[in-house]
Design a protein around this ligand. Structure first.
Ligand code: AKB
Length: 361
């Protein structure tokens, strides 16, 4: 038998919210001859997503032995590095968050560079950054700011935001400057591509450990008939998008010709509702929903430090990003129909969904 290693796409953090959605997309490509899909997570993958992978490893992305094993078994051509501790959880264990979020990212970038050296071609690397990379100095500045571009206000207030910014810089280094003085350096081993995601809302999964979680938590709680105490003020406003849009953005960026890209890191966003905007749409769909507001001052200060609106013109120009939904369309066409089925309930707005506002195709 030859010693040809199978070509593979590696997904870390595969059992997380984004992993669920991404594996579905990669499995569809696999079904028509795409590369093998290898998943790594610290937790066992549930059967539904395990079935979408060629191989699933339970392990720690900080475990060098595990990464060496992957290096020996596969010719990894692409990496989606989703494993991370999110913003709220990271504030309770900031040093651990740094080890996982930055140390883990460094390990994966090193694996990518070693893969490139081993098989002689650049490894495409997707890194989900976040609006947490921004740090608006105060609410006055946040309210006065127009759409924030990728070069503005990059002074994060959280360890998670610092970690995401560090990951972006490391990725840029591995792409353009890796081992700059070494005689045996290889130029451009990694093709690093990153998106600063806003809050993401999935109809299929409920997030944990994030500070933008109040949006999805509110909707899922109403469908489950559970009272919801929102941990931010009603006027709190940050960018959000749906999970299908986030997966589409990540795969579209990874498929874009390198020559089209003018930067490594891009903003994307679909809509910027306030927490009260969310509550009004949820009450419209679930008139018995019990929603009240009881701000957690710490988590509120994190949300207040994130921009209300992000400028995604670079992504639109370079690789054709455009949102799928308006806020109303996201509820009517994606969130409510799937969530109602998931919880076995009817929404008061069912049937009113036809012809919901959808962005031009
Ligand atoms: C979080 O809330 O920490 C994440 C994010 C905005 O990156 N969802």
């Amino acid at each position: 038998m030859g010693h040809q290693r199978a070509s593979a796409v590696l997904v870390t953090g595969a059992s997380g919210e984004m992993g669920h959605g991404l594996l579905g997309s990669l499995a569809a490509e696999r079904a028509v001859g795409g590369p093998a899909v290898i998943a790594v997570d610290i937790r066992e993958l549930d059967a539904s997503i395990r079935a979408k992978c060629d191989h699933a490893f339970v392990g720690d992305i900080c475990d060098h032995a595990l990464l060496e094993r992957l290096l020996a078994m596969y010719e990894i051509t692409e990496i989606y590095h989703l494993a991370a501790l999110l913003s709220t959880r990271s504030e309770f264990a900031p040093e651990t968050a740094h080890q996982v979020n930055v140390g883990g990212t460094l390990n994966l970038l090193h694996l990518a560079a070693e893969q490139a050296r081993s098989h002689g071609s650049t490894v495409r690397f997707f890194f989900p950054s976040s609006i947490a990379a921004y740090g608006m100095p105060d609410l006055k500045t946040k309210h006065a700011a127009r759409a924030v571009d990728e070069s503005s206000y990059c002074e994060p207030h959280t360890m998670y935001g610092c970690n995401k910014l560090a990951g972006e810089h490391l990725g840029r280094y591995y792409s353009a400057h890796y081992r700059k003085l070494a005689k045996d350096r290889i130029a451009h081993p990694v093709d690093f591509r990153s998106i600063r995601f806003p809050g993401i809302i999935s109809a299929d999964t409920v997030p944990s450990g994030g500070t933008s979680d109040y949006g999805p938590e509110m909707i899922h709680a109403a469908a489950a008939g559970t009272p919801y105490r929102c941990f931010v003020r009603p006027d709190s406003t940050i960018p959000f998008m749906t999970m299908p849009e986030a997966i589409e953005a990540a795969t579209r960026l990874m498929r874009a010709p390198a020559a089209r890209l003018t930067r490594c890191v891009y903003n994307v966003a679909s809509f910027s509702p306030s927490a009260e905007d969310f509550a009004a749409l949820v009450r419209d769909a679930f008139p018995n929903a019990q929603i009240d507001f009881d701000p957690d001052l710490g988590r509120q200060s994190i949300v207040d430090s994130w921009p209300a609106v992000c400028d995604d013109s670079a992504a639109r120009r370079d690789w054709g990003w455009k949102p799928t939904y308006t806020l109303d369309g996201a509820f009517a066409e994606y969130l409510l129909p799937i969530i109602a089925r998931r919880y076995g309930v009817r929404t008061a707005t069912a049937g009113r969904h036809a012809g919901a506002p959808r962005l031009e195709g």
